[in-house]
Design a protein around this ligand. Structure first.
Ligand SMILES: [Zn+2]
Length: 154
């Protein structure tokens, strides 16, 4: 039996056994082992209330929440979506034309200019208190920055 302790609310788990779980779970072990669900609450390192993905029918009742010993549960690896890096945008004038660039570095102070992907200096763009993300769909987006962003960096 894998020694899993310290589960947290929201953890995805699979029922690996019912040996150490309350009598109720042991009684319906055949129905419960192999099921997966989400930990709803924990008591210390010993117990976990799990909301199963599927409803279990026992004596005409539909049960979804079961109390298990944490030792009977295995934490499942959940594939978290890769965070998409946010590229901020900055604006610069080129021959009097306003061009929006993708920023490579955020300036440390308000007085500094930001470095862009295409290698020029630009002023960070803000919308209210939020730095504006660069979007290649912007009408005045810099073509060089756009191209650099599209190229996958590895
Ligand atoms: Zn650019």
């Amino acid at each position: 039996m894998p020694d899993v302790t310290g589960l947290c609310e929201g953890d995805r788990v699979r029922v690996e056994g019912v040996e150490d779980s309350p009598l109720e779970a042991r009684t319906y072990g055949d129905l419960l082992v192999g099921r997966s669900g989400v930990v709803q609450s924990v008591r210390g390192d010993s117990w976990a209330l799990v909301r199963l993905d599927q409803v279990i029918e026992v004596h005409g009742h539909s049960r979804r929440r079961w109390l298990f010993a944490q030792a009977d549960l295995v934490l499942l690896d959940v594939l978290k979506p890769e965070p998409v890096p946010v590229v901020h945008s900055g604006v610069a004038l080129h021959d009097g034309v306003r061009v929006v660039h993708a920023l490579k570095h955020w300036p440390r102070t308000d007085q500094e200019w930001a470095r862009t992907l295409c290698g020029v200096g630009a002023r960070p763009l803000w919308v209210a208190d939020w730095p504006l993300p660069f979007s290649a769909a912007l009408k005045d987006a810099c073509p060089a920055c756009r191209k650099t962003l599209r190229r996958p960096t590895s």
